[in-house]
Ligand binder design. Structure first.
Ligand code: XMP
Length: 513
C-alpha cells in the first residue's frame, strides 16, 4: 500500500501511540519506530515528516536515548514533543537543564500564549490551555530557532526553525487537555510537511481486498474467529475478498457471554463463507474442572483452543493460509524496556506455531483499534459487534473466581447480562470502556422473604481507559447501581449480595484473574 508516511520515533513516553493515532486521524499514515532505528532505514522509508515522542529521561542523563544528528540533515521536517523537543534542542546546540525552581517545572494544565505567525499555530487562537509534563527546561535555545510559545512561568514553551521545518513543543499536543492540540499536529502535517491526506478507511478497505485476492489466488483460508472486534473485522474483510474460500472456525468454549455465539453466527450469515461453530463447552469444562489457579486456567484454555483448531483444520484439509487479527499495537516495538509480565494474555486468533500453513494473513497489522472499528463499519458489520467492549480470550473462566462449573458460568452469564442491559438503558455504554460482572468465591448470609440465604457475592467491574494499560473505575450513578443490584438479586438464583469494585489499574488489573 503506498501512502505518504510520517515516522513517529518512540523514546518511551506514555502517549506515543496516541501521537500516532492523532496523525492518522488527520488523514496521514504513520508508523511508530523505536528511537534506535538506523538512519538508513528511516531514509529508505522516505517519510514526509518525523515526530520525536516524549520519554521519561533527561537529555543530559548518561543513559538518555539519543538520535543520530544526521537526522537533521535529511531535509525532512521534525516535530519534537516534550522529551523530543528537548532532545532536538540539545542535539542542535541548545542547552537543557533541570528546572531550578518549581515555577519552571510544569505539570498539568497551563495557560499558554502562541505566536500565530508560526506555521504550527497558523489559524489557531493565540492563547489556550496546554498539557505540560516536564521537569527539564531549555536554558538556551539552539541557533536559528525562534521562541514561538510561552507560558507565565516559562519563556520557551515552543521553538521553531521554520527554514528547516524543525518544531519543538514542551507540552503534549496529542492529549485532549491541550486545546487545539490536534489542530497543531494537523498544521505540522499539512502546513509544514505538505501532507496530501491520503489515508482513509475506504481506500484502505479496497486496497486490502485487492491485496488479499492477489495473495490468496484460488487457495483456502482459515480464520480462528473469537467473536471479538478484531477477528470479526478480519472475517468480514476476507469474506468480501475471497468469499467461500474462507472458513471461519468459531470455538464456543462455553465461557462466552449470554447469546454471544448466536450473535456472532448471525452477523456472518449474509456472507457466502464457510462458518464452523464448534460447540466445545463440555471438553473445556472437563479440562478446567477443579482448577482454581488463574494462570493454569489461562494455559489450559489456550492449549485447548489450539487442539480444537487443529482438529478443524485437519477436517477442512489443504488450507494454505491462516488469517489472524493482529493489530498495530501488537506489532509496535516500543522504545522503552521490557515490561513485567502480569498476566499471560492469550488471543484466540494467536498463531499456533505447530500448524503447517503456507502463509499468514494479517490484514489489520497496520491499524489501531479505533481504525479497526472504522473498517468494520465500512464493511457493514453491525454496530453492536463493531463497538463492543473487549472480551478476554479465556472468557468467563477468569471472571469466575475459584473452580469453574457450568452452573456458575450460567449464573454469571445472567448477572452479567443484567448489568450490561442496565448500563445500556441508562445510556452509559458509550462512556464506559469495559464493564462486566465477576462471580466471587465468597458466600455470605442474606435474608429473602422470610428465609435465610447463603449465596454467592457478585462483584461489578466498570472502567474508563484509553489503552487498558491504566484504567480508572467508572463513576456509575448510585441509582443505576441500585437498579442493577435489585434486578440481579431478584432475577438470578444463587446471588444474594452485590459489590462494586472501586479500584483503579494500577494497583488492580481490569480483570480479577
Ligand atoms: P488486565 O486484566 O490485564 O486487562 O488489566 C487488560 C485488558 O485485556 C483484556 N484481557 C485479555 N484479552 N486475552 C485477551 O484477549 C486474555 O487472556 C486477556 N486477559 C485480559 C481485559 O479484558 C482488558 O480489556
Amino acid at each position: 500500500m503506498s501512502h505518504q508516511l510520517v515516522v513517529v520515533l518512540d523514546f518511551g513516553g506514555q502517549y506515543n501511540q496516541l501521537i500516532a493515532r492523532r496523525v492518522r486521524e488527520c488523514g496521514v499514515y504513520c508508523e511508530v519506530k523505536p528511537y534506535t532505528t538506523p538512519l538508513e532505514q528511516i531514509k529508505a522509508m522516505a517519510p514526509i515528516g518525523i515526530i520525536f515522542t516524549g520519554g521519561p529521561n533527561s537529555v543530559y542523563d548518561e543513559k538518555a536515548p539519543h538520535v543520530d544528528p544526521e537526522i537533521f540533515n535529511l531535509g525532512i521536517p521534525v516535530l519534537g514533543i516534550c522529551y523530543g523537543c528537548q532532545l532536538m534542542a540539545h542535539t542542535l546546540g541548545g542547552r537543557v537543564t533541570a528546572a531550578q525552581n518549581d515555577s519552571a517545572r510544569e505539570y498539568g494544565k497551563t495557560e499558554t500564549y502562541y505566536n500565530t505567525d508560526c506555521k504550527l499555530f497558523k489559524g489557531l487562537p493565540a492563547q489556550g490551555i496546554s498539557w505540560m509534563s516536564h521537569g527539564d527546561y531549555m536554558a538556551k535555545v539552539p541557533e536559528g530557532f525562534d521562541l514561538v510559545a510561552h507560558s507565565d512561568a516559562c519563556p520557551n514553551v515552543a521553538i521553531a526553525d521554520e527554514k528547516w521545518g524543525f518544531y519543538g513543543v514542551q507540552y503534549h499536543p496529542e492529549v485532549n487537555h491541550t486545546e487545539n492540540g490536534v489542530a497543531m499536529i494537523r498544521n505540522f502535517l499539512y502546513e509544514v510537511c505538505g501532507a496530501a491526506g491520503d489515508w482513509s478507511m475506504g481506500d484502505y478497505k479496497n486496497t486490502a481486498i485487492r491485496e488479499i485476492r492477489e495473495k490468496v489466488g484460488g487457495g483456502k483460508v482459515l480464520l480462528a474467529l473469537s467473536g471479538g472486534v478484531d477477528s470479526s473485522v478480519v472475517a468480514a474483510l476476507l469474506a468480501e475478498a475471497v468469499g467461500n474460500q474462507l472458513t471461519c472456525v468459531f470455538v464456543d468454549h462455553g465461557l462466552m457471554r449470554k447469546d454471544e455465539g448466536d450473535e456472532v453466527e448471525r452477523a456472518f450469515a449474509r456472507w457466502d463463507i464457510n462458518f464452523v461453530r464448534v460447540d466445545a463447552e463440555r471438553r473445556f469444562l472437563d479440562k478446567l474442572a477443579g482448577v482454581t489457579e488463574p494462570e493454569r486456567k489461562r494455559k489450559i484454555i489456550g492449549e485447548e483452543f489450539i487442539r480444537v483448531f487443529e482438529e478443524e483444520a485437519k477436517k477442512i484439509g489443504a488450507v494454505d493460509f491462516l488469517a489472524q487479527g493482529t493489530i498495530y499495537p501488537d506489532v509496535i516495538e516500543s522504545g522503552a524496556g521490557d515490561a513485567a509480565v502480569i498476566k499471560s494474555h492469550h488471543n484466540v486468533g494467536g498463531l499456533p506455531d505447530y500448524v503447517d500453513f503456507k502463509e499468514i494473513i494479517e490484514p489489520l497489522r497496520l491499524l489501531f483499534k479505533d481504525e479497526v472499528r472504522q473498517l468494520g463499519r465500512e464493511l457493514g458489520l453491525p454496530e453492536y459487534l463493531v463497538s463492543r467492549q473487549p472480551f478476554p480470550g479465556p472468557g468467563l473462566a477468569i471472571r469466575i473466581i475459584g473452580d469453574i462449573t457450568k452452573e456458575k458460568a450460567d449464573t454469571l452469564r445472567e448477572a452479567d447480562f443484567i448489568f450490561r442491559d442496565e448500563i445500556a438503558k441508562a445510556g452509559l455504554d458509550g462512556g464506559i470502556n469495559q464493564y462486566f460482572a465477576v462471580l466471587t468465591n465468597t458466600r455470605s448470609v442474606g435474608v429473602m422473604g422470610d428465609g435465610r440465604t447463603y449465596d454467592y457475592t457478585l462483584a461489578l467491574r466498570a472502567v474508563t481507559t484509553d489503552d487498558f494499560m491504566t484504567a480508572d473505575w467508572a463513576r456509575i450513578p448510585y441509582d443505576v447501581l441500585d437498579r442493577v443490584s435489585v434486578r440481579i438479586v431478584n432475577e438470578v438464583k444463587g446471588i444474594n449480595r452485590i459489590c462494586y469494585d472501586i479500584t483503579s489499574k494500577p494497583p488492580a488489573t481490569v480483570e480479577w484473574e
